[in-house]
Ligand binder design. Structure first.
Ligand code: ITT
Length: 204
């Protein structure tokens, strides 16, 4: 059995919950031990200066890998891209309603912008990047399409989940259990590609 240690470099508790659960199952031939930034007492905040999810994910994973020598490090950048708003809030999803952005205020701002808008299409995107000792190894993208409804539904998940309606299940992401969301989400789709890649990594 191969063993691999992975640092999950994010401070977002919603992401941590989902990533841990998704990566818990890596098959019989690979055992992955997951570390968090808190486990390693890392409190530094990476900057996000890129113009895309991929650039920001890469920047974060390279940055945090320098704090954890000899440890494969993943970071992700994610967000919601709304068709009628030309991709907004996109890479600004977490801070959409700055200053003092919260999930609730971000949703409020988005719903306001979409008032009287007939085109409700939106895509959740996750870019996951893997780095080691300050060098980017590879990045993966995952996406899922849905619609923005005009009122919150459901209590689970985080971020924009209460207004992201997924037609195949006729529910918002906040009405799904973690396992249901993890079977279809943008985060799952990106991490699934990462998981396929992990066995190729050199043992360190
Ligand atoms: P880290 O940089 O520490 O990872 P962050 O919350 O700042 O945490 P991002 O810059 O990637 O992360 O912003 C992601 C935002 O996109 C997140 O705060 C939500 O508002 C939204 N988002 C991403 N994935 C989501 C999901 O699965 N469900 C709902 N909203 C999501």
């Amino acid at each position: 059995m191969r063993e691999l240690t992975l640092l999950i470099a994010t401070f977002n508790q919603g992401k941590i919950r989902e990533i841990q659960r998704i990566l818990a199952h890596t098959g019989d031939r690979l055992r992955v031990t997951l570390l968090s930034l808190a486990d390693l007492n890392i409190a530094a905040e990476a900057s996000e200066t890129g113009n895309s999810f991929l650039e920001n994910a890469a920047e974060k994973s390279v940055y945090y890998s320098k704090f954890a020598p000899n440890t494969y490090t993943i970071a992700e950048d994610s967000g919601l891209s709304v068709t009628a708003l030309n991709g907004e809030p996109g890479i600004y999803s977490a801070r959409y309603s700055d200053p003092g952005a919260t999930d609730d205020k971000n949703i409020e701002k988005l719903l306001h912008k979409l008032e009287n808008q007939a085109d409700r299409r939106a895509t959740f995107v996750t870019a996951v990047s893997l780095s080691l000792d300050g060098r980017l190894i590879k990045s993966f993208i995952g996406e899922v399409e849905g619609e923005i409804i005009d009122q919150r539904r459901g209590e689970s998940g985080f971020g924009y989940d209460p207004i992201f309606y997924y037609p195949p299940l006729q529910k918002t992401f906040a009405q799904l259990t973690t396992d249901q969301k993890n079977a279809i989400s943008h985060r799952y789709r990106a991490l699934e590609k990462l998981r396929q890649f992990l066995p190729q990594l050199p043992v360190i």
